[in-house]
Design a protein around this ligand. Structure first.
Ligand SMILES: *Cc1c(COP(=O)(O)O)cnc(C)c1O
Length: 386
C-alpha cells in the first residue's frame, strides 16, 4: 500500500523517513525480546540491559555505558554528575534540538549559546571562544546531522581552559573524528535512541558513555533514584530514568546492523552530493571536515524561500523536514539566555531543508527527490525574478 499524490504527480510519495525496512530486518529478534521479557517478568534492568550497555560501550570505544530513559535525561544526568550546574554557564550551539538546552537548564546551569561555522553548521574553537566568560564551566558539542566538528581543536581548547567537554551525540551513533568514535572524546558522551535516530529503540531510550567509572556510577545512581549500593540507600537526589529491558533487547538486535545501516545513509548522501552538485547555484550542500566520517542522520541543504520550496515539494510527493526552523535562543523558553545575535544560526534556520534520508532509501527515490527539487528551485527563482 503506497500513498500517491494526485494533482502534481502520479509517482508514489517519497517519505522523509521509513523505519519499516529496519524493523523488518530484526523482526524475529524483536519478537524474542518481547517474549523473553514477558516470560521472565523482567522489564527493567536485568541481563538484557547489562548486555546492551556492555556492547554499546565497546562500540563507542569507551569503558562504560549507562542506559537511561531517553537522550535528554542522558545529557541532564551527565551534566549533573559532572557538577557543571548551579551558577555555571555551559556553552552549546544555538542550532541544535531544544533538548541540549533543556538539559543545561535542568542541570541548573545557564545555557550560553554559541554560533556555528557557516559551512558545517557546527561549533568551532572560534565560536566557542567568543561565547566564553568567567562563569563558563562546560562545552557541549553537538554532532549535528551526524557530523563531527574538529574534536582535536575543541578538545585542546577545553583542556587548556579547564572546561568540561561533553558530547551530545544523539545524532551521531558511529560517527568518527580521526577514526575515533563520537561519544569517546568528552568526559561524557550522550546518546538518544529515539526511534528515528540512527540507532533507534521501540520507544524512548538513551545512554551515557564515558571512560570514567566513578562518573558512570554517579549517573547510574542518579538514574535509579539515587540508589547507592543497596535498594534502600538513597545517597543522591536522583530520578527514575532507567533503560527498559525490552528497549535494550531491541537496541542489541539493531546494533548488530548499525554499521551496515550507516553505510546505507552514506551511500545515499554520496548520491545526493553527486546529483545536487549541478544545482549548487541555488542549493547549498552539506559539508564535512577532513577527518570527520559522518553517519548522515540527516541530509540537510540550504535553499532560498525554504517554506515555499518545502510546500511545493510536498505537493509533488516529496516529504521533507526542517531541523531546526528556530534556533534555541529564539524560543520563548530560552530567550532570556539570548545575549547577542548569532547571525549564522539565525540565517541557517530560515534556509535549512532536510531531504528524505534513511538507510534503505533507494537510488530511484533519491533521483526522484533531486529531479523534483531541481524543478521547484528553478520555478521559485523564475517567480522571484518575475
Ligand atoms: C534527539 C536529540 C536529543 C534528545 O533525545 P531524546 O531521546 O529525544 O530525549 C538531544 N539532542 C539532540 C541533538 C537530538 O537530536
Amino acid at each position: 500500500m503506497t500513498a500517491t499524490v494526485g494533482a502534481a504527480s502520479n509517482h508514489p510519495v517519497v517519505p522523509f523517513v521509513d523505519l519499516h525496512p529496519m524493523n523488518a530486518e530484526v523482526a524475529e529478534e524483536l519478537d524474542r525480546t518481547w517474549r523473553y521479557a514477558i516470560e521472565t517478568s523482567g522489564f527493567i534492568a536485568g541481563p538484557a540491559v547489562e548486555r546492551f550497555e556492555h556492547e554499546w560501550a565497546r562500540f563507542c570505544g569507551t569503558t562504560e555505558a549507562v542506559g537511561t530513559a531517553n537522550g535528554t535525561d542522558a545529557l541532564t544526568l551527565a551534566l549533573r554528575a559532572l557538577g557543571v550546574g548551579d551558577g555555571d554557564e555551559d556553552i552549546l550551539p544555538a542550532n541544535t534540538f531544544i533538548a541540549t538546552a533543556e538539559a543545561v537548564a535542568l542541570a541548573g546551569a545557564a545555557p550560553r549559546f554559541a554560533d556555528v561555522d557557516p559551512r558545517t553548521l557546527l561549533l568551532t574553537p572560534e565560536t566557542i571562544t567568543a561565547a566564553m566568560g568567567p562563569r563558563t564551566a562546560a562545552i557541549i558539542v553537538v554532532h549535528l546531522y551526524g557530523q563531527m566538528p574538529d574534536m582535536d581543536a575543541i578538545g585542546g581548547l577545553a583542556a587548556s581552559r579547564g572546561l568540561v567537554l561533553v558530547e551530545d551525540a544523539a545524532q551521531a551513533h558511529g560517527a568518527t573524528w580521526s577514526g575515533r568514535k563520537a561519544g569517546s572524546f568528552g568526559r561524557a558522551g550522550c546518546f538518544s535512541f529515539y526511534p528515528g535516530k540512527n540507532l533507534g529503540a521501540l520507544g524512548d531510550a538513551g545512554a551515557v558513555v564515558t571512560n570514567d567509572p566513578s562518573l558512570a556510577r554517579t549517573v547510574r545512581a542518579m538514574a535509579n533514584h539515587g540508589r547507592w549500593g543497596s535498594h534502600h540507600e538513597h545517597r543522591l537526589v536522583g530520578t527514575n530514568s532507567r533503560l527498559d529491558a525490552v528497549q535494550a533487547g531491541a537496541l542489541q538486535a539493531k546494533l548488530a546492523r548499525l554499521d551496515q545501516w550507516n553505510e546505507g545513509r552514506r551511500r545515499a548522501s554520496r548520491l545526493y552530493d553527486e546529483r545536487l552538485r549541478a544545482l549548487s547555484g541555488s542549493v547549498g550542500l552539506p559539508r564535512q571536515l577532513q577527518g570527520s566520517r559522518g553517519v548522515r542522520h540527516l541530509y540537510v541543504v540550504e535553499v532560498d524561500d525554504r517554506d515555499a520550496v518545502r510546500r511545493e515539494l510536498g505537493r509533488r510527493g516529496v516529504q521533507t523536514g526542517v531541523h531546526y526552523p528556530v534556533p534555541c535562543h529564539r524560543h520563548q523558553a530560552f530567550s532570556r539566555f539570548a545575549v547577542e545575535p548569532l547571525p549564522v544560526s539565525e540565517r541557517a534556520a530560515d534556509r535549512l531543508l532536510s531531504l528524505p534520508m534513511f538507510p534503505h532509501i533507494s537510488p530511484s527515490q533519491i533521483e526522484r527527490v533531486c529531479t523534483e527539487l531541481a524543478v521547484v528551485v528553478r520555478k521559485d527563482k523564475a517567480r522571484n525574478r518575475g
